[in-house]
Ligand binder design. Structure first.
Ligand code: UTP
Length: 311
């Protein structure tokens, strides 16, 4: 086996790719004419949560991978002249603030199209002209990460900048669920919330899984990934898989997994999406006290329906 050789002085990570060109079939018909990434959790589209998290972690250049029918995302991040003017004239200054400060002043957003949804690896590669020779983060906007216990992406960036090794976010899953995820193959024990890894196993059966650490939607990747993706051959399902490039990098440069320290919601799935809405709503001082009695009544009705009928 090759000895991993990471770059000696890794560059700072200030660029992020946000793949948002997928079809969102699990949310049809809502996503027939609207991007999945624009579905709202309380009052913000899910892609805005990713942008805010990445900005807080130090990202200043955002590369959003778009596709057909995704123009609403560009409109969302644009400056809304007419709306801003109307809100200003009506004196609605709080609302004005909400629509004009969606993108911080020192952040730049680039959009690039993925002509066909050929998989996550291909979507990431579509950002290569902007990442150039720099390392970059990847955020799958479907995953909303809470930040009450610090910013996990920031910790991943710090780990990359100190070790020079790419970092994937990992969450421990129950043994029976390993076959739903890419699973990390550990090269050593967990220390300080991170674990060195030597490779990845795609959707293993529980008895074949090398760990229970599942890859979830955040990555900090060395520039080498782009070169590998450029020559990427379609893997599982005819798609260009990001994990195929990561596997090669793990062998050559070494790789780290950062273990998630916060709640995560998979908003690409209907259940995770509803949970995210309830979680953020119950943290909102206006909504929470009004929603709570309704939730209790609804849960009680559900329990009564589920209870076995008395003979
Ligand atoms: P998913 O596979 O979860 O998204 O990809 P999807 O294909 O849109 O969803 P379903 O399964 O049909 O409901 C995770 C992220 O990667 C992006 C998606 O937009 C999503 O944000 N993606 C996926 C791309 O940008 N291009 C692709 O070819 C595939």
């Amino acid at each position: 086996m090759n000895t991993p050789t990471a770059p000696v002085t890794p560059r700072k990570v200030t660029k992020a790719i946000i793949p948002a060109a997928g079809l969102g079939t699990r949310f049809l018909p809502a996503t027939k004419a609207m991007p999945k990434e624009m579905l709202t959790v309380v009052n913000k589209p899910i892609i805005q949560y990713a942008l805010e998290e990445a900005y807080e972690a130090g990202i200043r250049e955002f590369i959003i991978i778009t596709g057909r029918g995704k123009a609403a995302m560009e409109n969302h991040f644009d400056y809304p002249y007419e709306l801003a003017d109307t809100l200003q004239k009506k004196g609605k200054l709080a609302e004005l603030e909400l629509v004009t400060n969606v993108v911080p002043k020192d952040a730049r957003i680039y959009y690039t199209r993925q002509g066909e949804p050929l998989g996550l690896g291909h979507a990431v590669w579509c950002g290569h002209t902007i990442t150039g020779d720099d390392p970059f983060a990847v955020l799958l906007p479907d995953d909303i990460l809470c930040r009450n216990n610090g910013n996990d992406l920031k910790r991943m960036i710090d780990l990359y900048e100190t070790t020079g090794q790419s970092v994937v976010l990992a969450e421990e899953v129950p043994a029976e669920r390993t076959s739903n995820y890419g699973i990390c193959d550990p090269a050593g024990p967990v220390a300080g919330g991170a674990m060195p890894i030597k490779g990845f196993v795609e959707k293993p059966k529980p008895e074949e899984a090398p760990s229970r650490c599942a890859i979830v939607g955040r990555y900090v990747l060395s520039p080498r990934h782009m070169a590998l993706l450029a020559n990427g051959k379609p893997g599982k399902g005819g798609e260009i898989q990001l994990t195929d490039a990561m596997e090669l990098v793990a062998k050559d440069e070494g790789f780290q997994a950062h273990l998630l320290q916060n709640p995560r919601f998979d908003c690409g799935d209907k259940v995770g999406f509803q949970m995210a809405n309830l979680y953020f709503a119950m943290n909102d001082p206006y909504i929470a006290p009004r929603l709570q009695p309704f939730l209790q009544q609804t849960a009680a009705k559900y329990e009564r329906r589920q209870a076995p009928r008395e003979a």
